[in-house]
Design a protein around this ligand. Structure first.
Ligand SMILES: Nc1ncnc2c1ncn2[C@@H]1O[C@H](COP(=O)(O)O)[C@@H](OP(=O)(O)O)[C@H]1O
Ligand SMILES: [Mg+2]
Length: 293
């Protein structure tokens, strides 16, 4: 039996791809592979550094995951541009009169958040943090031009990616029967209007960290919607929105307009992700909360 186990452990499987050899060629499978690699690195950093100094743990996690993504993207997708939360040069808002960053003239741009839910990553026992890897392409047929995306949630042992989009979530019983809609919201800084909105439509807030984990909760049916406003950047939502759209969910700005990525200014301050059947009701309720022009 022991010998059998040893033998089968030596048989190469799909997980071996990339361990020593090449990663997947297809972009969506590559995004999953890359997000998983960074996720494993983050678990290693957590185990090595511990939780005594949360600031040091956050910094070490951000850096380690960023370095891994940067190195592997340069190695396996050298012609593509990158927009990363942790890369000052690519993330800066472009203004007329200064040199355009490479990504604005590129046809393929990886939009990555090496560690989303940084605060939760630094808290022992919390699993609501993620690695985001998305691919924006100028010629994508997707409305947000997101050709591929992966959200790794290593502490939850799951990764959602566009290579195998999860099945469309079933309508939960409580929503189907008129019970409270569950809106995923930031656990540390929920926007004031989301609390007001929940009161107006009889929804309950489900607090959790990380934009990626909140959108993953909608994808899996653990929440009915994610509503956010007041500030965020393209890397906070690109990968999970790619998976949500591939799953068949609704994703837009809170005024209903499409989400646009790889813009001159990477600020993308608000969004709503929900089941399609809920979108008209939520967007109507959001009307009175839109920022004044
Ligand atoms: N008002 C705001 N301005 C800028 N970024 C915000 C924001 N509210 C949330 N975010 C970002 O969105 C992600 C999810 O936040 P939350 O868990 O509070 O919902 C976090 O990303 P990072 O962890 O990558 O910094 C956080 O920084
Ligand atoms: Mg983030």
């Amino acid at each position: 039996m022991g010998e059998q186990t040893k033998t089968s452990a030596r048989i190469a499987g799909p997980r071996d791809a990339g361990e020593g050899g090449s990663p997947p060629v297809i972009d969506a499978a590559f995004a999953r592979w890359l997000a998983d690699r960074a996720g494993q690195e983050l678990l290693r950093v957590r185990a090595e550094i511990g939780y005594a100094d949360p600031k040091a743990l956050k910094a070490a996690g951000d850096q380690a995951a960023h370095d891994l993504l940067k190195t592997e993207l340069a190695r396996w997708r050298p012609a593509d541009a990158v927009l990363s939360e942790e890369d000052e040069h690519s993330r800066v808002a472009w203004q007329e009169g200064v040199a355009r960053p490479d990504r604005l003239g590129a046809s393929r741009v990886w939009i990555v958040d090496p560690l989303d839910g940084t605060r939760e990553f630094s808290e022992e026992g919390r699993t609501d943090w993620a690695v985001h890897v998305a691919l924006w392409t100028a010629d994508s047929s997707n409305p947000a031009c997101l050709a591929a995306g992966a959200v790794a949630m290593p502490a939850q042992h799951r990764t959602f990616a566009t290579d195998k989009p999860p099945a469309y979530p079933p309508m939960p019983l409580e929503s189907a029967t008129g019970g409270a809609i569950r809106i995923a919201a930031s656990r540390t800084r929920p926007p004031a209007f989301v609390t007001a909105l929940a009161g107006e439509i009889g929804a309950e807030l489900v607090p959790m960290g990380s934009a990626g984990v909140k959108i993953a909760a909608v994808i899996s049916g653990e929440a009915d919607a994610y509503v956010h406003a007041g500030g965020q950047y393209e890397w906070d939502s690109a990968a999970p929105v790619a998976v949500a759209l591939a799953t068949g969910l609704h994703a837009s700005r809170i005024d209903g307009t499409p989400l646009a990525y790889n813009q001159g200014d990477p600020k993308l301050p608000d969004l709503v992700v929900c089941r399609k059947d809920l979108a008209p009701r939520l967007l109507a309720a959001l009307q009175k909360h839109l920022p004044t022009q």
